[in-house]
Design a protein around this ligand. Structure first.
Ligand code: SF4
Ligand code: SF4
Length: 207
């Protein structure tokens, strides 16, 4: 019998305790807001201090970033990726073209034109393996020792899956054609390859 009344008492006590807590939050709802209206509100990022300096890191696992201006289109990163989430398409800038593919920060003359460079971050497993073979050090994880090149972003969340496919080379058809990519475009569209251009007789003579 005493157990019976004890259980009723415990039940009432718990109920009143819960009600008191609810009323407490209700009365102080402005001061003690506990629901953050994400994504319209976000917690401030705390000061980073993890016990050692950023330059002492050698690796950080975060979002990949590519400095396309330095990419020579060698495909080493694509080959190194164990899950094939890097997709690169290149073509060689024709010798008879006036187009200058540019020079990298390391002073390498670029010969390939990178028409497509995308990384599907929904498949990436952040293993970092793609960054090691890059001869131009232009694919890297943002933040950490690379903070001076690209800060870590607050978050990488996106509303759709497609937004997590990062396109680092957003080329227009005009840009590709300007770089001499007629064959590349024809292959992509499944069209017959364009006729090779007649050789410039003046150029032939100078050979
Ligand atoms: S971090 Fe790993 S999985 Fe992600 S793109 Fe690079 S090699 Fe592929
Ligand atoms: S390894 Fe570096 S240079 Fe080569 S394709 Fe990848 S990002 Fe470009």
């Amino acid at each position: 019998m005493s157990t019976y009344f004890k259980e009723i008492f415990d039940g009432l006590k718990t109920f009143i305790g819960g009600l008191k807590l609810t009323m407490h939050h209700f009365r102080n709802r402005k001061d003690l807001v506990c629901t953050l209206q994400y994504p319209h509100e976000k917690w401030p990022v705390p000061e980073r201090h993890i016990g050692f300096d950023l330059e002492d890191y050698n690796v950080i696992r975060s979002r990949l970033n590519v400095d396309l201006d330095d990419c020579i289109g060698c495909l080493s990163c694509q080959r190194a990726c164990p899950v094939d989430c890097i997709k690169i398409e290149t073509f060689k800038v024709p010798k008879d073209s006036d187009f200058d593919a540019g020079v990298t920060s390391n002073g390498t003359q670029k010969k390939m034109y990178v028409a497509r460079f995308s990384i599907d971050m929904t498949e990436c497993m952040f293993c970092n393996l793609c960054t090691y073979p890059c001869p131009e050090d232009c694919i890297y994880m943002a933040g950490g020792p690379n903070s001076h090149r690209h800060e870590v972003e607050y978050e990488f969340s996106k509303r759709t899956r497609e937004e997590l496919i990062f396109n680092f080379a957003e080329r227009t058809e005009e840009e590709i054609l300007e770089a001499g990519g007629e064959k590349y475009l024809a292959k992509k569209k499944g069209l017959p390859l364009p006729e090779p251009k007649a050789q410039n007789p003046e150029k032939k003579e100078t050979k």
